[in-house]
Write a new protein. Structure first.
Length: 231
């Protein structure tokens, strides 16, 4: 039985010759790894097993990986999702993140890069060691539980959305630069486009507005973002 500190990773990849070496690599890193070879089996696994990170190939035999990503988020999965795909182009990257992914890795990739991305994503999604709480104008952020509330209602956020909100809330009513957000939330070794940040901010802003939050995320053109609390 896995100990409480072992990170549980679900690899979703239909080709065994690709999946098995990745499983072995991740297990050598000390992760508890499960393998699903279809979208439906991946979603079934998430419904019945605690999972910290999903590594998700888009080219699955039964459904598009983007649909798996969206369905996982809609069913309440709030762990990390890293898309792995041979599809190229900025459009696919932005679309994937808009479906609720946290990171994006293009094939072919090196195992060292995959390992670094996995470590970074797990570190960012579980970095809060001591419970702390920030409250402002009806918005409450519980860093220990990694949950956010507007009034008495929870705002369901992905790992990256929560990290962005927590960082902005820690500097509320002050500007946090794009560089600081990318470095602290995505890791200083992020290889992707900063459009990743814009997509995440857009999702976060929409969720806060839908929940009726008085504090709002405001873009400061050319600099960064600020959580305006009005207080």
């Amino acid at each position: 039985m896995l100990g409480p500190m072992v990170h549980r990773v679900l690899l979703v990849e239909d080709e065994a010759d690709i999946a098995l070496p990745l499983v072995r690599t991740l297990e050598r890193e000390g992760y508890g790894v499960s393998w699903a070879d279809s979208g439906r089996s991946a979603l079934d696994h998430l419904d019945s097993h605690d999972t910290d990170l999903v590594i998700l190939d888009l080219g699955l035999p039964d459904m598009d990986g983007l649909d798996v990503c969206r369905a996982a988020r809609e069913s309440g999965y709030d762990g990390g999702i890293m898309i792995v795909t041979a599809r190229a182009g900025e459009l696919d990257r932005v679309v994937g993140l808009d479906y609720g992914a946290d990171d994006y890795l293009s094939k072919p990739f090196g195992l060292a890069e995959l390992q670094a991305r996995v470590r970074a994503l797990l570190r960012r999604s579980q970095r809060a060691e001591a419970p702390s709480e920030v409250t402002a104008s009806g918005l409450r952020i519980d860093s220990g539980a990694r949950r956010a509330f507007v009034g008495g209602d929870e705002v369901v956020l992905t790992a990256k959305e929560f990290d962005v909100l927590a960082l902005l809330a820690g500097h509320r009513d002050k500007v946090v630069t794009r560089e600081q957000l990318m470095s602290e939330v995505w890791d200083e070794n992020w290889f992707g486009s900063t459009k990743t940040l814009d997509v995440t901010i857009g999702r976060l802003r929409s969720k806060l507005e839908a929940a009726g939050s008085a504090p709002r995320v405001v873009a400061i053109r050319g600099v960064g973002f600020r959580l305006e609390t009005g207080g």
